[in-house]
Design a protein. Structure first.
Length: 352
């Protein structure tokens, strides 16, 4: 059996049940050994190293056939069918629209999060923030601070929420006393307008991209930058509702001014691809996606030039070109309740 017949034999398999998948794996290994044995003493045939993907009986696995240089790979896009992507294995997205289309397909394959009564949605993130302090000469100096953030949001209206942050480390000249403040808790308590948790608030949104766009534009108008900023906020919250995130990515794909960033690293140090928009004031804002699965990793802003920044206390300082701030989503889970709250916790009303 030559290489192409081996590929055809694999493709002839029906969509597998778990039992069929196990048999398929055994069959594939047997056929591979036979093909390798048949190559002994024969000249090697050269074939293109990348083929269009079709689902085979190796579920959730990657099969590499070295005979003849052929590589057959199954890539999962969060549950979407690789046959519908229309892209080659290993080929990077050509532009921002392609990346956002792949991200939308990946999101569609994941279930929305619907907590039960009494549960909390726990979102864990890492943030990279800028801290500016003055040195002994009075010159403003920059320190990068890595922050752990956790947020418990009640599934039920009328219950308190909790936000917790802790500065983990700093890179720069700022003395530790300026950035290490220990664990800081903020308890948000119900008020006259207790607000709704993100999953419930976003649950009323449609998932049709045209309807999502119309809903956003009704609030922002048609200006692409204003639409983009609204999309960023919604994407950040829609980690609990991937079906809405998919529509948001499709809306973003049609915006004028969106570009692809081929190399991006989130606040957790994970490499990715990003789509970005120049905000016109020396800042480029980005949404970052995993390079392989196209799952949303987080967001960041990058200074594209030196910027003058005004201080609340008066005066101004210069933020240098290349300074990055951002947030990386680490985990989103359902938990039964709040942890023990710090006795020094600040308290505020849940925003409407």
């Amino acid at each position: 059996m030559d290489e192409l017949k081996l590929i055809e034999a694999m493709f002839a398999q029906p969509e597998p049940t778990p039992e069929a998948a196990a048999k398929g794996r055994d069959r594939f290994l047997r056929l591979t050994r036979e093909a390798q044995a048949s190559q002994v003493g024969r000249p090697r045939r050269r074939w293109p190293a990348v083929l269009l993907i079709r689902r085979v009986s190796l579920v959730g696995a990657m099969a590499v056939m070295l005979t003849g240089g052929i590589i057959v790979t199954q890539v999962s896009l969060g549950g979407s069918d690789p046959r519908t992507t229309g892209y080659l294995v290993g080929a990077p997205p050509a532009d921002a629209k392609v990346l956002l289309t792949l991200a939308a397909r990946a999101a569609v394959g994941r279930p929305d999060m619907v907590p039960a009564r009494g549960q909390y949605v726990l979102t864990k993130t890492l943030a990279q923030n800028s801290l500016y302090t003055k040195d002994e000469s009075g010159r403003m100096v920059y320190t990068k601070v890595l922050v752990s953030q956790e947020r418990w949001e009640a599934a039920d209206v009328g219950k308190p929420w909790l936000s917790r942050s802790q500065n983990l480390s700093a890179t720069g000249p700022a003395p530790r006393k300026y950035w290490d403040r220990g664990v800081e808790d903020i308890v948000s308590e119900p008020g006259a307008c207790p607000g709704q948790p993100a999953y419930a608030r976003l649950g009323a949104w449609p998932t049709d991209p045209a309807q999502v766009r119309a809903k956003i534009v009704a609030d922002t108008g048609e200006d692409p930058l204003r639409v983009w900023r609204s999309l960023q906020d919604l994407v950040r919250e829609s980690v609990v509702r991937p079906s809405l995130a998919a529509a948001l990515y499709q809306v973003a794909a049609e915006l004028d001014g969106i570009v692809l960033i081929g190399e991006a690293v989130d606040a957790a140090g994970r490499p990715g691809l990003a789509v970005a928009m120049d905000e016109g004031d020396g800042i480029r804002s980005e949404l970052i996606f995993d390079r392989t699965t196209y799952r949303y990793l987080g967001e960041r802003t990058v200074n594209t030039r030196d910027r003058k920044v005004k201080m609340i206390s008066g005066g101004e300082y210069t933020e240098k070109k290349g300074v990055v701030n951002g947030t990386a989503v680490i985990a989103v889970d359902l938990v039964p309740g709040l942890p023990e709250v710090s006795p020094k916790a600040s308290r505020m009303k849940i925003p409407c």
